[in-house]
Design a protein around this ligand. Structure first.
Ligand code: GTP
Ligand code: IMP
Ligand code: MG
Length: 340
């Protein structure tokens, strides 16, 4: 049996979508379970020349054999859920995507409260997707659950039961986290964080898998850092410098321009520790070192790039096993076999 979790190592947008699709296409898990806050996330997937932006559906959908589950800890906005089922219909997601019957439901009122809040929307810079007010209502025990919603009746299941059964049957299960370490309600840059913890232990709990069942925790770092919304960012650089370095980015969900900064080793060390990371996936290496664009072979990358990778490994004590050199699945150097 193998059950792996993937987490973000900074403030989200580390390229988790790309890493998830790569790992799910390659390792062929039978269940891909989405953890994390909810539709505030925006995962990007590039596959066979097409680009998809996802907020709720597991980014591993490209693996057509896998069952796609959304854990009880994840907030479900039925509008987003049904939009994505339609959007991804050529991948047959409609008959293999299910939500836990205990998922909290985001309603229009939650989005209005989020977007109308000076504190959340203006000061914190929330995504306005209703996640904060919904998690607050869950804590107050007033929110509706998926099992109470008629439109979801054909899509509810018991996610922990399915997931644990698959693990016990020796199948492979992949848990995909969203957001990132710096956005954790407990360990991030409070109050400029999201409405829940965003580390591996919480992601396991989101889908109802206990800590003794987890094999590997993949942590995704981008070779530089981006942040959307407000809050401290110690390695931030000026917009002009980011542009000169070719590192401009815009958000998948909100379209907001992302703040850009340099790789933060202290943040990476803390994120590896608190997540119990066992492997690092390093993305966008090509954007920092253009000479390795789309390379699939470790020996072909420059000495400077290798030194950067080795420094991350030495400082964090965690091996870099996946190196992403472009947005497509194929643009990947996979060093996992060397660990075995
Ligand atoms: P969040 O859940 O918001 O954290 O999403 P995410 O981690 O999947 O990242 P997001 O899709 O928001 O942003 C990452 C961007 O970088 C996307 O446009 C990806 O297609 C792109 N990307 C991912 N990996 C690479 C890479 O190695 N090289 C390049 N050039 N682009 C990449
Ligand atoms: P909320 O989660 O919408 O309440 O937003 C709180 C903070 O988390 C804001 O700074 C958002 O920009 C940030 N945030 C939430 N989810 C993501 C994500 O998936 N990627 C990047 N930033 C996020
Ligand atoms: Mg994103």
């Amino acid at each position: 049996m193998t059950c792996n979790i993937l987490v973000g190592g900074a403030w989200g947008d580390e390229g988790k979508g790309k890493c998830i699709t790569y790992l799910c296409d390659k390792d062929k898990p039978s269940i891909i379970a989405r953890a994390g806050v909810g539709p505030n996330a925006g995962h990007s997937v590039e596959f066979n020349g097409e680009r998809y932006g996802l907020r709720l559906t597991p980014a591993g959908f490209v693996n057509k054999e896998a069952k796609l589950l959304i854990g009880a800890g994840v907030l479900v906005d039925p509008e987003v859920f049904f939009y994505e089922l339609e959007y991804l219909n050529k991948y047959n997601v409609d008959n293999r995507t299910f939500v836990d019957y205990r998922c909290s439901i985001i309603e229009k009122e939650h989005k209005d409260r989020d977007q109308g809040s000076d504190h959340l929307y203006k000061k914190i810079g929330s995504t306005g997707t209703g996640c904060g007010p919904s998690n607050s209502d869950r804590v107050m025990r007033t929110i509706k659950l998926a099992e109470e919603i008629d439109v979801l009746k054909d899509y509810v299941t018991n996610v922990p039961l399915e997931t644990n059964q698959a693990i016990d049957d020796g199948e492979e299960v992949f848990i995909e986290g969203s957001q990132g370490f710096g956005l954790s309600l407990y360990y991030g840059t409070y109050p400029f964080v999201t409405s829940k913890d965003t580390t591996a232990s919480t992601f396991a709990a989101d889908v109802g898998v206990g800590p003794t069942k987890i094999d590997d925790v993949f942590i995704v770092f981008k070779s530089y850092i981006t942040r959307v919304g407000e809050g401290p960012f110690s390695t931030e650089i000026e917009q002009k410098k980011a542009e000169d370095m070719g590192l401009e980015e815009y958000g998948t969900v909100t379209g907001r321009r992302r703040r850009v900064g340099l790789f933060d080793m202290d943040l990476a060390k803390e994120a590896c520790m608190i997540n119990g990371a066992t492997q690092i996936a390093l993305t966008c290496v090509d954007r920092l070192y253009p000479d390795c664009e789309r390379t699939q072979d470790y020996s072909a990358i420059s000495g400077e790039t290798k030194r950067f990778i080795e420094e991350i490994e030495n400082e964090t004590g965690v091996p870099v096993t996946i190196i992403s050199t472009g947005p497509d699945l194929k643009d990947t150097i996979d060093l996992r076999e060397e660990l075995m």
